[in-house]
Write a protein that binds this ligand. Structure first.
Ligand code: ADP
Length: 237
């Protein structure tokens, strides 16, 4: 299912965090919101998720206007930077949480949770607690939990930001592979251009609350739209 934000603006007091931003994420694509810290990436993601209210503009799922829907009615899965697993629950219980809240029958809960633990390749950890997992494993469980209620869109906010370089690289490959298997329309926030270019189908470059360029990784890399994009890519290289 495609997701579109149109002409979205957001202020925090006098500060303009988003200034008339429009972005489209076609069905089944993996899109990266890329830009320096403070460019408005997380704010945009949170508005798409329904966790933050825009001052103006709209959000659509396909043709359906969801601008005024609450987060829980948007069929969106959200993965935060700091996995935010429930520490007192087992891995199984963490992934089952959203299904039990939605009153799924216990038998279906078990099937769905085990399917997801297989998908993230951690079925043997079902009865462990988060404290017994590595950072990368916790983030994979957070992803399984976000996917459990069958969201139409998956939103990831700097999903690997808290991990060390080696694990980040592993998880990048894993996210790409995982996306190719699941085909869930996904948007992830990153300030790391290498991560965006390696993983995404489409890159949205943001700066100071505006979009500077949208394109495939190769388009953006080979033909930066302006001096900002060129500088940003050059500086990180
Ligand atoms: P990014 O994800 O690109 O780092 P953010 O969307 O988190 O950027 O933030 C954009 C700007 O908006 C930042 O300068 C940040 O300080 C400001 N901002 C974000 N959320 C709030 C808030 N709740 N209150 C005040 N300012 C905020």
């Amino acid at each position: 299912m495609s997701i579109t934000a149109t002409n979205v603006s957001k202020r925090f007091g006098e500060f303009v965090a988003l200034d008339g931003v429009s972005v489209e994420c076609p069905a089944g694509e993996l899109v990266a919101l890329l830009g320096p810290s403070g460019s408005g990436k997380t704010t945009l993601l949170r508005i798409i998720a329904g966790l933050e209210v825009a001052d103006s503009g709209s959000v659509h799922h396909e043709a359906e206007n969801i601008t005024h829907r609450s987060a829980k009615d948007r069929h969106v899965g959200f993965v935060f930077q700091h996995y935010a697993l429930f520490r007192h629950m087992t891995v199984f219980e963490n992934v089952a949480f959203g299904l039990r809240v939605r009153k799924w029958p216990e038998e279906k809960v078990r099937d769905r949770v085990m399917k997801l633990l297989n998908l993230v390749r951690l079925p043997e950890k079902a009865e462990r607690y988060p404290a017994a997992l590595s950072g990368g494993q916790r983030q994979r469980i957070a992803l399984a939990r976000a996917l459990a209620p069958e969201p139409k869109v998956l939103l990831l906010d700097e999903p690997f930001g808290a991990l060390d370089a080696k694990v980040r690289t592993e998880l990048r490959h894993w996210l790409r592979q995982f996306h190719d298997e699941s085909h869930v329309t996904s948007i992830f926030v990153t300030h790391d251009q290498e991560e965006a270019f390696e993983v995404a189908d489409r890159v949205v470059v943001m700066n100071k609350g505006k979009i500077e360029q949208v394109g495939s990784p190769i388009e953006v890399f080979e033909h930066p739209a302006n001096a900002f994009v060129m500088d940003f890519l050059g500086n990180v290289n």
